[in-house]
Each structure stands twice: as structure tokens, then as C-alpha cells.
Design a protein around this ligand. Structure first.
Ligand code: FE2
Length: 369
């Protein structure tokens, strides 16, 4: 047994997770990590104990594995004297793999990559999965991974939601709330994504844990207002609950005004600091379907978690800003806000999926909730 100080058996946890990923005897795996950099928030100092526990879990399953450790972030991301505020989002989508072709080549050769380096949004992740390996990103602490352990039922319900966001079919997504949100977007131009918590099919990447389904507005689409209410969260970039309402005015897919108190000032100044008009664009719009994820987890974990609870809590609506590369778009601006909201109503082509924070579409619901 390989037990953490809080009593979690990581080998058992990872073995169960790898079995969900359909890892079989005779397959090969790589553990990918990236060493920390000064100033990076907690979760980005990857958990070294995960490497040993993963090795043991792979061995239990008779999967041959090796470990690659990357330098923190490639140099061009952090120019001396010019580094942008917020290494979290500055490093998003950037890995050293772009400069290390032999390492990238090795990762393309295995069946499964256990990714502690967070390659999400990077072109190298797309390159790896294109050849068949499945990739599982894991950056949350043991207690979050354990409590939010995925299930096939979660995946089933996420796929049901994803079908309503089908690429190539013009649809209308409208989100409203009692706080005053009323935003309408056309969707269908870009791909949608499901993070179900495990990567079980060839060429699939996923995050452990997760439980969200998302889509992207069409180019230039998005009209209305979003009102972030007290208790809504800004998971990225600053892990904070909203203390007073913030009104975002959206026109043609871009946030054009940010009004309110200190939370509005924070958001306005942070977005402005990037000097890039694309940071104001609407990014992924996601629904949370995980029955065990908790809205109050941010208050407990802070920066010891990547905030996955907030992204995926049952009946949550997540407003993302910035990049749309995950959906196949070309907007790769590095500033990304993840803003989970409570008590929203979300409709696609008039069908109510979530009503004031309650999931009402029958095939998205957990029995009894
Ligand atoms: Fe996001």
C-alpha cells in the first residue's frame, strides 16, 4: 500500500482509474511531469508521490512504464522583464515538448500517457493523441481525485448533453439567471468537448477527475449580459468567490463592459493587462454534471486544488473566456477565465437543460436529484 499522510491509498486509486481507462497487460505507458517554477501556484508543483504510485499501479496491471520530467516552462513564455501577470494562465498550453522532439516522440509511441504536467491546450497534446495514445491529465490532490472518482454513468450523461451541441448544426444556447444574466449565443461552428474523468478510447484525452461538457460560440456570436452573483467563482485566474455582483455586457461575442465593485475592477484590470483584444472573447461554455463535486470546495482547498469542483458541480454553468483552440478554432490567446456560476438556466434551441441550477433534462440527471 502506498498511503498519503491523509490516508489515501494512491496505488489503489490509480489502479482503479487506469482500469477505467481500459489499460491492459502488455500495453505501455508514460508518466509526464514538469518540475516547478518559483511563484507557480500549488497545483503546478506536481505531486511527486503520484509518480511512484502510478509506477506501482502500472506494475500491478503489468503495464510497462517510464517517466519523463520536463523543465518548468519553455523560455519564450517568461521573457525577463516582460512576464505577464498570472503564470497560471501564461503557461496554459505551453510545454517544453515543442523543443524536445525526442521526448515528444517517445510519448507518441506509448498506449497511455499519465500527464502530471498539464498539457491541456497545447499543440503537443493534439499531436500525441492524433497517433492513438490516450492521455489522462491529473493535477488535483488525492482527496479530490478520490471523492470525484468518475463513473460510466457520468460519462453517459455527459455524452447525452454533448449530442445537443453537435458540431455543424446551428443551434442557439441561451443562459439566464435570477441575478440578471441573459446571454444568447449561436453554437455549432466549433467542436464540443466532454471531460468525463477517464480516457478509455484511442486518441482520447481527458482529465482525472472531471465531469463537464462544453461548446464554443460561433465567431462573432454572443449578445446580452452576464451578471456574476455573490458566491459565483473565478476559478481561473485567481481562485476567488465573487463578493458583489459583476455585470458583463457582451456584444458580437466579446465582453465590452465590466461594471461593479472590486471584483469588476479586478477582472477589468487583469484583462486589460494582456494588451490583447482577444482576451475579451467568449470561450468555452460548459455545464457541470458531477453529483459529488461541491461548490464550497474552493473555500476549503484554495490553490491546493486546480478548482475542478467549481467547474463541474452538478447544475453549474461555466462561463469561459479567451481561447477556442480546444474546439478547433484559431484564437489561442493565453488569458483564460473560468467562471462557474450557480442558479443559472441553460437552454439549447429552447430545451431547458438546467433550470435555476437544477438539472431538469431527464437524460442528464442522476436518479433522485
Ligand atoms: Fe476553462
Amino acid at each position: 500500500m502506498f498511503q498519503t499522510e491523509h490516508g489515501y491509498d494512491l496505488v489503489k486509486l490509480f489502479r482503479a482509474e487506469f482500469e477505467l481507462c481500459k489499460l491492459k497487460a502488455g500495453e505501455t505507458a508514460a508518466i509526464l511531469s514538469s518540475s516547478s517554477a518559483p511563484g507557480l501556484p500549488g497545483p503546478w508543483r506536481y505531486r511527486r508521490e503520484y509518480v511512484e504510485a502510478a509506477f506501482r499501479a502500472f506494475a500491478d496491471l503489468r503495464v510497462a512504464a517510464f517517466h519523463i520530467e520536463l523543465p518548468p516552462i519553455p523560455k519564450p513564455v517568461l521573457p525577463i522583464g516582460e512576464g505577464p501577470l498570472g503564470l497560471m494562465t501564461a503557461g496554459m498550453g505551453k510545454t517544453a515538448l515543442g523543443q524536445l522532439h525526442s521526448a515528444l516522440g517517445a510519448l507518441k509511441e506509448v498506449d497511455f500517457v499519465f500527464d502530471l504536467a498539464m498539457t491541456l491546450f497545447s499543440p503537443e497534446l493534439a499531436e500525441i493523441v492524433a497517433g492513438g495514445p490516450r492521455v489522462l491529465i491529473c493535477v488535483e490532490p488525492p482527496e479530490v481525485c478520490t471523492r470525484l472518482f468518475p463513473s460510466q454513468d457520468l460519462k453517459r450523461r455527459l455524452l447525452n448533453a454533448q449530442r445537443r451541441m453537435e458540431k455543424g448544426k446551428m443551434k442557439t444556447l441561451r443562459v439566464t439567471s435570477t441575478a440578471g444574466t441573459d446571454l444568447t449565443m449561436e453554437i455549432g461552428q466549433y467542436g464540443r468537448f466532454v471531460e468525463g474523468g477517464y480516457a478509455d478510447d484511442p486518441s482520447r484525452w481527458d482529465a482525472f477527475p472531471s465531469g463537464q461538457v462544453g461548446c464554443f460560440p460561433n465567431d462573432g456570436s454572443g449578445e446580452g449580459v452576464i451578471v456574476l452573483d455573490k458566491g459565483d467563482q473565478v476559478v481561473l485566474p485567481y481562485m476567488r468567490y465573487i463578493g458583489e455582483p459583476v455585470k458583463l455586457t457582451v456584444k458580437e461575442g466579446y465582453i465590452r463592459a465590466i461594471d461593479g465593485g472590486v471584483d469588476a475592477q479586478l477582472m477589468r484590470d487583469h484583462l486589460e493587462s494582456w494588451g490583447d483584444p482577444e482576451v475579451y472573447a467568449l470561450g468555452h461554455q460548459s455545464l457541470g454534471l458531477h453529483p459529488h463535486a461541491r461548490w464550497d470546495a474552493l473555500g476549503v482547498y484554495g490553490w491546493d486544488s486546480m478548482g475542478m469542483d467549481g467547474r463541474i458541480f452538478y447544475g453549474g454553468y461555466l462561463l469561459g473566456t479567451g481561447p477556442n483552440t480546444l474546439g478547433g478554432g484559431t484564437r489561442d490567446t493565453p488569458c483564460h477565465f473560468d467562471i462557474p456560476m450557480r442558479n443559472c438556466t441553460a437552454k439549447i434551441d429552447g430545451e431547458v437543460l438546467i433550470d435555476q441550477g437544477k438539472i431538469v433534462a431527464e437524460d442528464l440527471r442522476v436518479k433522485g436529484r
